[in-house]
Design a protein around this ligand. Structure first.
Ligand code: GDP
Ligand code: MG
Length: 372
């Protein structure tokens, strides 16, 4: 019976959506949604700079160098508490689905579908999960079995798209960081600078978001906290020139890593993409092969919209990896599953807070353990 339900549902779905639709987007079209969505935070950005940024835990401490690549204690706890709203949907609410029932039926599947979509797992991925469950429905007699199957399937999905993180072979290794305004580019650069620096790498940051003086100030604070050099020009200067100078300084100072911050708030999407393309071209002219990574920052709280942003930036620039920020406190933690399932781009890092050690490499098993 459950399988029949699924077939009916799938048929309905195919009628409604073109078969190649990868983005489970429910809001706006990719053309209009990208730049504006996170602007709300722009005005308050200056005050945010004033916020205290804690010192990096390992910076300049040779004793902790070896341990630097390991996760700081408490990260799993923070991940787990950050995902609590999503976990409620996937655990408590699933328990409730079974109230007074001992079997999976069409109504239960329908409600489960709703729960998964609420957590931002995405329509297509949800359909796939429901199909797996409906195939096994005769074996499932309670919520724990259902959760186990979900857990297993989600882990499979996350692992299938995992790629080993990019090895740093060339020196300097250039990472260009992109994304719309407010997603956490500058913060992520600060966190990455601290990670690299505490594992013994010499880092240079290029402040190529020259759109406002406050953006340069904010990055300077992060560079100080992480104990790394920053190359900056005046407000409104040419971002590509800053990127060029950053790379030049890195070569001259024998640095290992260059992190290039970029703007996300230009007035039209076309301008932003053209500016980013110019930065990319300039970097590769100065050093063939650079930028070695183009790291796209996505904000978990924007849900499915993050997927459209990824398509947009990937089409224009070719994204090599994603860092997903603000997983703390969102009920949309399922977006991780969407990103891994719908995009061909590896999820490299996740951010669970504003502090310097709140960014870690993405680990599917750890993530699923925090979720269920
Ligand atoms: P940018 O415009 O892309 O450079 O974004 P910012 O780095 O300035 O970050 C915008 C806001 O998001 C700041 O208030 C950050 O503290 C906050 N932020 C960044 N990453 C995280 C995160 O993982 N969790 C939370 N809760 N806030 C974050
Ligand atoms: Mg910024």
């Amino acid at each position: 019976m459950a399988l029949n339900w699924f077939k009916k549902k799938k048929h309905k779905q195919e009628e409604k959506t073109p078969s190649d639709q990868k983005i489970d987007d429910t809001s706006k079209t990719p053309e209009t949604k990208d730049i504006t969505d996170t602007r709300a935070s722009e005005n308050s950005e200056h005050q945010k700079i004033e916020k205290e940024i804690p010192h990096p835990p390992h910076a300049n401490d040779p004793k902790t160098d070896q341990a630097a690549s390991k996760k700081p204690p408490g990260f799993f706890k923070r991940l787990k508490s950050g995902l609590s709203k999503t976990r409620k949907i996937l655990t408590t609410d699933i328990n409730e689905l079974f109230a007074g029932k001992r079997k999976i039926d069409d109504e239960l599947l329908e409600e489960l579908e709703e729960l998964l979509i609420t957590s931002d797992i995405g329509v297509q991925t949800t359909m796939n999960l429901i199909q797996s469950i409906s195939i096994k429905s005769s074996e499932i007699t309670g919520p724990d079995q259902l959760k186990n199957i979900l857990r297993e399937k989600i882990l499979e999905l996350l692992k299938a798209t995992m790629k080993p993180s990019q090895e740093i072979v060339e020196k300097p290794h250039v990472i260009m960081v992109i994304g719309v305004n407010g997603v956490g580019k500058t913060t992520t650069i600060g966190k990455l600078a601290s990670r690299f620096s505490s594992s013994g790498k010499k880092v240079i940051i290029a402040a190529a978001d020259t759109f406002r003086a406050a953006a340069i100030e904010q990055l300077t604070i992060w560079a100080d906290r992480a104990g790394v050099d920053i190359i900056k020009h005046k407000e409104m200067s040419d971002p590509a020139a800053v990127a060029y100078d950053g790379l030049q300084a890195a070569v001259a100072r024998n640095a290992d890593i260059v992190l290039v911050d970029t703007a996300g708030r230009l007035h039209t999407r076309k301008n932003l993409m053209e500016e980013l393309k110019k930065i990319k071209r300039t970097l590769s002219k100065k050093l063939p092969g650079a930028p070695h990574e183009i790291l796209l920052i996505l904000d978990a709280t924007t849900g499915q919209n993050a997927l459209s942003q990824a398509e947009l930036f990937n089409n224009a620039l070719g994204v090599t990896g994603i860092a997903l920020t603000k997983l703390d406190g969102t009920a949309k933690g399922g977006i991780v599953v969407s990103i891994c399932n719908a995009l061909e781009i590896p999820l490299n890092y996740i951010g669970v807070g504003e502090k310097i050690d709140d960014l870690q490499e993405f680990d599917p098993t750890e993530f699923v353990n925090a979720l269920f």
